[in-house]
Write a protein that binds this ligand. Structure first.
Ligand code: HEM
Length: 434
């Protein structure tokens, strides 16, 4: 039996052994077609998306029905509710927030390393991303919400544990988890009550969500949308930041070249923001390669509604189809040497690039893609300006999946301060870190 937590290790193995091929596999007794070809993923996610519904029973069980898990009309209502807010955000404000919280995060990581830590603390990166998310979309500092992100992460881990367990088997295999799940969900939903009771100022997005929640004709539940929003929006970006730091540490020359460019940007305008970062092409390439080599959501699940054909495979109704972004993004037909970082200007060209694939595509594309890219560009620029990143082990990663792909044991990176003229590092909030 494949434990859900191990799924990424299998995805990387299949990407090497059956490169460029779709594979019929059995996951815990369930026959599954695993797509590793971009053209076939495009068929399922875009061309025939009407025939493939999302298959997220596990996620719904842990986090509740939300925009992320639902299909058809239930999804359209939820998508219409939040999509405009997620896509039409103020990029300069996002950069300002990302600079502030990345400065705090890198400061903390440097102190951890000075104290002997040999791996990055995931919690520091998650606090950074959730802080930007909450303040950007709800206008209050995350620290004032009292939300315990650790509990949300735990809930997602339960959700992930059920991912590849055939229906009917859940109880037998995860009895212990099932016992704890209701109490944990209750605690998390209580944490989110402040968004309902008036403690959080009802900005436009929260206002619309409250109206939908109160509408007897809709089954939108505010807390379910929020929970998914925090889970989908904070954890993935934090995982990406972690993989980016690992890749910088693995490629010191690329790191140094990017740092010199970041310094040029910071010295051209100490108040740098999105207008400057939008033209930082080498960093955008590096980010795309991070997402290609280490997609934080490495796999997504669909269920066929009616019969279809994918290449030589006949698809029957209720056939499980998994799309492996790991397989697609390492397809040697599309890129020579797909296992290496391409820091030569080809990173965002052609099919199956990180930036075009890892956020999915078609109608169910990630709602927060542009927000994630803006904040990650700012996080990485701040990191490069403040610190150097060194590997603490040369071992290849072992992967751990809990709704996003992490590295077992944490990213083996040491964070070392760089001394530089202090005024070049002033953030818009006025805080300065040497
Ligand atoms: C690097 C960071 C991120 C990655 C790699 C990522 C990846 C993904 C992927 C692959 C999906 C599609 C799942 C599927 O088709 O089954 C998705 C959906 C979604 N993501 Fe993201 N995501 C990221 C950050 C964010 C952020 C920051 C937000 C919120 C601001 C967000 C909000 C959403 C939403 C709302 C959906 C559901 C879209 C829908 O079905 O309507 N994501 N994400």
């Amino acid at each position: 039996m494949i434990r859900s937590a191990d799924i990424c290790n299998h995805l990387y193995r299949l990407a090497r052994e059956r490169n460029g091929e779709n594979v019929e596999i059995e996951l815990n007794g369930v026959p599954v077609l695993l797509l590793q070809r971009h053209e076939d993923a495009d068929h399922v996610l875009r061309a025939r998306s009407d025939n493939y519904r999302k298959n997220m029973a596990w996620f719904r069980q842990a986090l509740g029905a939300s925009r992320f898990s639902e299909d058809g009309e239930a999804w359209r209502i939820r998508q219409a509710l939040t999509h405009g807010y997620f896509t039409r955000f103020d990029r300069e404000q996002t950069c300002t927030l990302a600079r502030r919280y990345a400065t705090q995060a890198v400061d903390r990581l440097m102190r951890d390393s000075a104290g002997g830590a040999t791996a990055l603390d995931d919690g520091v990166l998650r606090t950074m991303t959730v802080s930007v998310l909450v303040e950007n979309f709800f206008g209050i500092p995350y620290a004032q919400t009292g939300i315990d992100l650790q509990r949300i992460a735990e809930l997602m881990e339960y959700g992930s544990a059920y991912s590849f367990v055939p229906s009917g088997e859940t109880g037998r295999l995860y009895l212990d988890g099932l016992r704890h799940l209701p109490a944990l969900r209750r605690r998390v939903l209580e944490d989110l009550r402040i968004f309902r009771d008036g403690s959080v100022p009802a900005g436009p997005m929260l206002h619309d969500m409250l109206v939908a929640d109160a509408d007897p004709a809709s089954d939108v539940v505010l807390e379910h949308e929020l929970l998914t929003f925090f889970a989908a929006g904070a954890e993935t970006s934090a995982a990406t930041a972690g993989w980016a730091l690992y890749l910088l540490a693995r490629r010191p020359q690329v790191q140094e070249r990017l740092r010199q460019q970041a310094e040029r940007i910071a010295s051209s305008n100490e108040d740098w923001g999105w207008s400057e970062l939008a033209t930082f092409d080498d960093l955008a390439d590096f980010l795309s390669e991070t997402l290609r080599l280490f997609p934080p959501t490495p796999i997504i699940a669909r269920l066929a509604i009616g019969p279809d054909r994918i290449g030589p495979h006949d698809i029957a109704a209720d056939q499980n189809v998994l799309i492996s972004f790991v397989g697609i993004q390492h397809d040697a037909r599309l890129r020579p040497d797909p296992w290496s970082l391409h820091a030569d200007g080809t990173a965002r060209k052609g099919a199956a690039t990180g930036v075009n694939t890892a956020f999915s595509f078609g109608p169910r594309i990630c709602g927060g893609k542009h927000f994630a890219l803006v904040e990650l560009m700012a996080f990485l620029t701040v990191f490069l300006l403040h610190a150097r990143f060194e590997l603490t082990t040369q071992d290849e990663p072992r992967y751990h999946w809990k709704a996003q792909m992490l590295r077992e044991g944490g990213q083996p990176v040491r964070v070392i301060p760089i001394s530089r003229p202090v005024d070049a590092l002033a953030t818009r909030s006025g805080s300065v870190v040497a």
